[in-house]
Design a protein around this ligand. Structure first.
Ligand SMILES: Cc1cc2nc3c(=O)[nH]c(=O)nc-3n(C[C@H](O)[C@H](O)[C@H](O)COP(=O)(O)O)c2cc1C
Length: 210
């Protein structure tokens, strides 16, 4: 089995974290880099990731997360917040970044920029938040797997009330919306879930080969 799949088998959605164990600054930087390197449509990365360390805020967010204990007991709480809008300014910011990063002459990417602006211009406004929120799931997947390599546990979560998160974290004002939550830390020795066998569809059920 590949090393990657070994890590994938090791990880599980942790139900109880050991609140006494903290993720080091170095490992935290590695996890952030895994998120930063995530692929996204057109490379636009139309989301932000809020790392919540503040304990009082975490207690309030727990209430907005069906009371799930991971929110307060994990070492760190990551909130993936997708942009609620997307348009020309996002494309221009990308073009500036790409032009500088690749040391290109000004305007070298204008054609690609116009193509992206056209695509975003044709996208109905109410579809944009759905599209941007999808990108956060790719980043979440990378976080899960990068953490597993470091023997750090992550629980992906949709079990929270986005409107309450948006209010508590001031996301509305930033045109952001809480799409996904991930609690990051170390499994508690008493979390029985770690001993459960993985439940997954069989290859026959999951794959169609044509
Ligand atoms: C998008 C998403 C949302 C999830 N939401 C929650 C959640 O709110 N609380 C929780 O304890 N687990 C949550 N899970 C964990 C899943 O139940 C779990 O990943 C799945 O049962 C497979 O088990 P495993 O991850 O332990 O292998 C979520 C998983 C995903 C991918």
């Amino acid at each position: 089995m590949s090393q990657f799949n070994e890590y994938a088998k090791w990880r599980y959605a942790t139900k109880k974290f050991d609140a006494s164990k903290k993720v080091s600054a170095e490992d935290l930087a590695t996890l952030k880099e895994a998120i930063r390197l995530s692929a996204s449509s057109f490379g636009l990365q139309l989301y932000k990731v809020i790392v919540v360390e503040n304990p009082e805020l975490r207690t309030k967010l727990q209430e907005a997360s069906w009371g799930q204990s991971q929110i307060t007991e994990a070492s760190h709480l990551f909130v993936f917040a997708n942009q609620t809008t997307a348009g020309d300014a996002d494309v221009d910011a990308y073009l500036d970044n790409a032009t500088a990063t690749r040391n290109l002459p000004q305007g070298a990417l204008a054609g690609f920029g116009d193509y992206m602006k056209g695509a975003l211009g044709n996208m109905p406004e109410d579809v944009k938040p759905t599209w941007t929120s999808k990108q956060t799931y790719i980043a979440l997947g990378n976080l899960l797997n990068a953490a597993a390599e470091l023997k750090i546990d992550v629980t992906p979560m949709e079990g929270f009330v986005p409107a309450k998160y948006n209010e508590l974290l001031g996301l509305d004002k930033l045109n952001l919306n809480a799409a996904l939550v991930a609690t990051v830390g170390y499994r508690h020795a008493e979390d029985d879930t770690q001993h459960y066998a993985k439940v997954r569809k069989s290859n026959e059920d999951l794959f169609i080969t044509i």
